[in-house]
Design a protein around this ligand. Structure first.
Ligand SMILES: [Ca+2]
Length: 174
């Protein structure tokens, strides 16, 4: 019970602070999707999928990202943003809210936006449910990189007809 109360306090405090922490500059743009468009988020699928900014039950504000799987893919189905830089040895905090139309997992990592697409110090398998959940991590960058990709790989974990939702996506130096 005490733990539950503590979690509620943490989540409420985050919600009221919007998409930033004190002293935090978000390295991704349109992290709250409140531009009403997806840019500069983008999607790729080796099946067929659609990324949009939807007003249907966002976590906060008016919009969230909706990734709809029109035809299931295999090894390269992703929602990403690139074009920001990180510095070797610096600690970063990453967080976002996510849910899906059914319980699904995907691979979340911070990688180079080009060959060899190396993991820059963070990778995690995320388990989404049908309710919004906060996912929050810290990691230390293992290299400096000028073009970093925020990578959410749904791959073969997405089934035709699935919807994945994301809001308040944030990465900042600690
Ligand atoms: Ca939003």
């Amino acid at each position: 019970m005490a733990l539950m109360a503590q979690q509620n306090v943490m989540i409420n405090s985050y919600r009221f602070s919007g998409v930033t922490w004190p002293g935090c500059t978000n390295l991704v743009s349109n992290g709250d999707v409140e531009s009403g468009a997806i840019s500069p988020w983008w999607r790729y699928s080796d099946g067929n999928a659609t990324l949009s900014a939807t007003t249907s039950n966002p976590y906060a504000g008016t919009y969230c990202l909706q990734f709809h799987i029109n035809t299931t893919g295999t090894s390269n189905v992703q929602v990403s943003q690139n074009g920001f830089a990180i510095t070797n040895g610096t600690t970063y905090k990453v967080s976002f809210y996510g849910k899906a139309s059914a319980s699904r997992s995907f691979y979340f990592a911070i990688i180079q936006n080009g060959p060899s697409y190396s993991n820059l110090g963070f990778e995690q398998t995320i388990n989404l449910t049908t309710s919004w959940q906060l996912f929050e991590y810290t990691f230390q960058a293992n290299a400096s990189e000028s073009d970093v990709r925020w990578y959410m790989g749904i791959d073969a974990n997405g089934i035709t007809g699935d919807d994945f939702y994301f809001d308040n996506l944030l990465i900042c130096a600690q």
